[in-house]
Ligand binder design. Structure first.
Ligand code: PSV
Ligand code: MN
Length: 386
């Protein structure tokens, strides 16, 4: 196989998971701007996600969020997904929206609240069983706002205890993906603030526990690709929550704020063998002012473009320059790949896969947006928290 053929073959195997919540209405704490045609239930969210997959060919799974996507019959939801040509991806838990969680969930000082939180996580594993989902994605809003508010160490003990109970419940082939975030909603301490804390817990738990890197969850200036390289090297990178940020946890379209960072991350993924392993490439985004389905298509394409550039890095030229200590040449090799226009290559890849080479145009021409605006009348639109 020529090198280019190998790059194309790799791109054809790529998959990016889209999040159910990105199809619903969202906003900031100031305002949620409703959009016409937005899904009214999890089934309609899957219909929209299926459109993203239909036009990109690389978005076959959809992450759910419980309780926002709670339904009577999860088997029926999974069957609906399959009928539309997609599958249920990660199950995202929610231990941050009940009044009980004011002082935390599985780290809460009160055992009754901890029980409630762990029971919710166990329910999420039941949903994984019913939907055939592989991953339980955990993000905890737990933390404190004031020095002395609670005991930092005891909170870690409670976290370890809760995680261990859920870990024990995981079935064959199921994984627990633990996400970290430096601050917010807690402002003084966060119980899982960084990759080191997530890694320490996952290491103790065992093989089925892996770290998730949400690209928006770091302090400005953090070298995320270093974290990626390290976690991959340790066999502990479970996946990504891709999005982009200018300031904090902005949840904007991945690759929008800093496409070069996305390329550097994807380069480390390729370099570390993560592209051909079980690393889950998920989006965790909200589209507050832009049309949702096109924004998700754009995001998937941004991931594809960064991946294509990363795959184009001339590995032997890079290794040679690095071994020779040729700083400028090594940097030039990397920048060459980054500066290549991979859009024609991706158009070819799509054509060879029987897709329209221009997903965005094809989606617009499909009439889906107009159809859902006309059909989805009445009922309540899905949104953040529903
Ligand atoms: C909340 O901040 C969040 O964005 C986390 O990153 C989770 O991954 C996602 O929502 C779903 O709960
Ligand atoms: Mn996330």
């Amino acid at each position: 196989m020529t090198e280019l053929a190998a790059v194309k073959a790799a791109l054809k195997t790529q998959s990016v998971e889209t999040p159910s919540w990105a199809y619903g209405n969202s906003g900031t704490r100031f305002k949620v701007f409703a959009q016409a045609g937005v899904p009214r239930d999890p089934f309609e969210k899957l219909d929209d996600a299926a459109k993203v997959h239909e036009f990109t060919g690389v978005a076959p799974t959809v992450a759910l969020h419980i309780p926002w996507d709670r339904v009577e019959d999860y088997g029926a939801l999974a069957a609906h997904a399959e009928k539309r040509g997609v599958r249920i991806g990660a199950i995202n838990s929610n231990t941050f929206q009940d009044d009980d969680y004011k002082l935390g969930s599985i780290c809460h000082p009160d055992a009754a609240v901890r029980r409630k939180a762990v029971d919710h996580l166990l329910e999420c594993v039941d949903i994984m069983d019913a939907t055939g989902s592989r991953d339980l994605k955990l993000w905890f809003a737990d933390g404190t706002n004031y020095p002395g508010q609670d005991d930092i160490r005891s909170r870690q003990d409670r976290l370890a205890e809760g995680l261990a109970e859920v870990y024990e419940r995981l079935g064959e082939g199921q994984r627990m993906l633990l996400e970290y975030k430096l601050f917010e909603p807690a402002f003084y301490t966060t119980d899982v603030p960084d990759w080191g804390t997530a890694y320490a817990h996952c290491l103790k738990l065992g093989e089925k526990a892996q770290v998730v890197v949400d690209t928006g969850h770091h302090a400005p200036g953090t070298n995320i690709e270093f974290i990626v390289a390290t976690l991959l090297r340790e066999g502990k990178l479970g996946g990504f929550d891709f999005n982009s940020r200018f300031y904090a946890d902005d949840d904007l379209m991945v690759g929008a704020a800093d496409p070069f960072q996305l390329f550097r991350i994807m380069y480390e993924v390729v370099r570390g063998g993560g592209f051909t392993s079980d690393v889950a490439f998920m989006l965790d985004q909200c589209h507050n002012i832009e049309a949702k389905i096109p924004a998700i298509i754009r995001s998937v394409m941004n991931v594809q473009e960064a991946t294509a550039k990363a795959l184009l890095v001339d590995a032997s030229a890079l290794a040679e320059a690095q071994a020779a200590g040729d700083v400028l040449e090594a940097n030039a090799v990397l920048m060459d790949a980054y500066n290549s226009d991979v859009r024609p290559l991706l158009r070819e890849v799509r054509e060879e896969s029987g897709l329209d080479p221009e997903p965005m145009k094809a989606y617009r021409a499909s009439g889906w947006a107009e159809r859902v605006v006309a059909e989805r009348v009445g009922g309540e639109q899905a949104g953040w928290g529903a």
